[in-house]
Design a protein around this ligand. Structure first.
Ligand SMILES: [Zn+2]
Length: 411
């Protein structure tokens, strides 16, 4: 079986990108518009040019490399993923898919293949929401799903607005609409990602070919009560915002499971004000992330959570719920799945159908193009930690499938 991917080159790219971190020795911290992001873009641009691609950075910092097709008038096949990370994350979440793209470009060059269709490779910004929250920002901007008002209102934990951060990166917020790709502007989008779960490791399959991405929703909930002295305020009559919040949070797993055992709910952020050890909290703000196989189920969970929160309102607490993100389930393109399956079988790799519990850029880009998503194994099923790992030969096998599918889509 002919294998085209160069595993050593793949390993070198992953290791090089991992070095662009703000937390050396403590995993990958590469936030959008940070110096590490700049260094990574410079590096990737260099590798893309080496692979024979013409590079450009769009109005919001997404990096593209283009291999011209013999018919340049055709919409390109787009291959890639994101380059940002969560704080203290791993080396593979995002870069695995970016490197899959660039290695595919190297393989096309090595084989002397000039596709009929142009092929573009992309490294997108802010998929994790690690700096500006919400997530999937690069792809949402590309698909025209975020308006100027939303962008203008975004800021990071230190109060730096998106516009200021962009300016520091040599970009201008007012230009953001120029990054939008119209519907039909892409022939197909292909993304390789680490599984971030235990299935492939358990089954021993080389790759997972995703059938659909689950529906998800994210809330920010703010509960307000009354502050008071921890020593002099009697227990009866207290309106402790944290105790009230904790009661709701503790009940979420059961509430969610009762609606659909496949659904998942997570509170990953909690902020307490005023934050003194001897002061009764008068405000608590927390996140809720919920996911289920379809949007109807997510809606039922949301309704149940809102009903539970309204009980706090009845008890005299202030309750404010803002929905930050709501995405329906996303089926993957059957045509692209067939190409991926043919790619896997063409090089004798075991594959399996699987759903994705995590949202990815492919989900967002499905608004403007057919998309395909392929998973490679994650050791121990873990990610978003420095221990996140995929063996390089496993990654190389996944990229071989991406290369074959890309070639076939661009023919
Ligand atoms: Zn990712």
């Amino acid at each position: 079986m002919t294998f085209h991917v160069n595993e050593k080159r793949v390993q070198a790219m992953i290791e090089d990108i991992a070095a662009f971190t703000a937390s050396p020795g403590k995993g990958t911290t590469r936030l959008t518009y940070s110096p590490q992001h700049r260094d990574a873009l410079d590096y990737l641009q260099g590798r893309m040019q080496e692979a024979g691609l013409a590079t450009r950075i769009d109005a919001v910092g997404n990096l593209f490399g283009r291999l011209e097709g013999s018919d340049p008038s055709l919409a390109p096949v787009l291959v890639g993923s994101h380059i940002d990370s969560v704080p203290n994350g791993g080396a593979f979440d995002g870069p695995a898919g970016v490197v899959a793209g660039i290695e595919t470009a190297f393989c096309l060059r090595d084989q002397g293949i000039r596709p009929r269709r142009p092929v573009e490779f992309v490294a997108m910004i802010e998929e994790e929401g690690g700096r500006f929250g919400g997530g999937l920002l690069g792809s949402r901007i590309l698909t025209g799903q975020v308006g100027a008002n939303t962008l203008g209102g975004m800021s990071d934990a230190r109060g730096i607005t998106l516009g200021q951060a962009m300016e520091g990166f040599g970009l201008n917020l007012a230009d953001a609409p120029a990054a939008v790709i119209p519907k039909g502007g892409i022939h197909a989008f292909l993304e390789l990602h680490i599984e971030q779960g235990p299935v492939l490791e358990r089954t021993g399959d080389a790759v997972g070919i995703v059938t659909s991405i689950v529906a998800l929703s994210q809330f920010e909930v703010r509960i307000t009560g009354s502050a008071g002295h921890a020593g002099t305020t009697p227990m009866p009559g207290r309106r402790d915002a944290l105790v009230a919040s904790a009661g709701v949070i503790a009940g979420l797993p059961e509430l969610c499971h009762g609606i659909d055992p496949r659904a998942v709910v997570t509170v990953g952020q909690l902020e307490v004000q005023p934050g003194g050890a001897n002061v009764i909290p008068d405000a608590a703000t927390f996140s809720i992330d919920m996911r289920a196989p379809d949007a109807a189920t997510v809606k039922r969970i949301k309704t149940a959570i809102r009903a539970r929160l309204s009980l706090l309102g009845d008890a005299g607490f202030g309750v404010n719920v803002a929905e930050l993100l709501s995405v329906p389930e996303t089926p993957m393109s059957d045509e692209i799945r067939e190409r991926l399956i043919a790619g896997a079988e063409g090089c004798g790799l075991a594959w399996r159908d699987m759903p994705s519990g995590a949202g990815h850029d492919a989900m967002v880009l499905s608004r403007i193009a057919p998309v395909g998503l392929i998973f490679v194994p994650s050791r121990g099923g873990i990610s978003h930690t420095p221990e996140e790992w995929t063996d390089y030969d496993q990654l190389a096998r996944g990229i071989e499938v991406v290369f074959r599918a890309t070639k076939s889509l661009a023919e």
